[in-house]
Design a protein around this ligand. Sequence first.
Ligand code: CA
Ligand code: CA
Length: 292
Amino acid sequence: MRYIFYSITTLAVVTAPAPADYPALIAEDKPVAYWRFDDAHDCCSESKTGDLIARIGTGVSLIVPGPRPPDFPAFAAENLAAEMSVPGQDAVLRVKDPGKSSVLDFTNGDTITIEAWVQSIRPLRDQQSAPIVGKGRTENSGFPHDNENWALSLFGDGKLAHASFTFHTAAGTAHRWVSESALAPGEDWHHIAISYHFGKPDSISAWINGKPSAGAWEKDRRTKTPPVMDDDEVWIGSTLGAKAEHTFPGCIDEVAIYRATLSTERIQLHATRALHPATRIEDASPHPKKNQ
Ligand SMILES: [Ca+2]
Ligand SMILES: [Ca+2]
């Protein structure tokens, strides 16, 4: 009887009401751009807010599963993500900057928060950067090579992947912050978020799967100098001409950009992950021995 009672209580946990649906959660925090990759058509995936359109490169697949229940209860069972499926062959999503003083432009005094779900399937080499979403450094004609306005990436240490935030100054100097916490490559989905108030190097916050992580600017790269700000594109999943070595090694989903900081409580809500019910039963239930 003990085993039957255990199963019933576990079922009660499984059928508890799910939290609010993910797009509604994001909308409450008022992003200026939010790409879901679920309702893409021919060429494009539209932002759920504003009118920023991500044009889909031919090396991107939009038929792969994103985070889904039961592990990620806020998502729909049919949630889709963007896979950089053919690295080096146009595996990138491109968003045009509307122009001067657009919602994609940031300078000193502005706050940016960037978040995304990532499935980093292949391991990163030591010092390898895996771009999630960033503005500039596209190698588009008419723009300098070192014009990264802002970017969220993973950064490899040869084994694990750390969260990183980078920008260039107008002079073209790169400034990279790297989290202490890191995630292992594989099939699991992870929520990554970074918040930064430009001009204040100590203002940076990062969260991996909802947990705040300490971190540091690379040596001599703390700066109060403003970032370069121009009209280059935002790219999701790749940088630097979308070459294979500069393309994200896996899938990206639910990319959101805010012009404000988000509290840890809100980030944790976004990053909600259920304990896997099946695993709990497997692990926790006593199994009677055979022939007992
Ligand atoms: Ca999605
Ligand atoms: Ca601009």
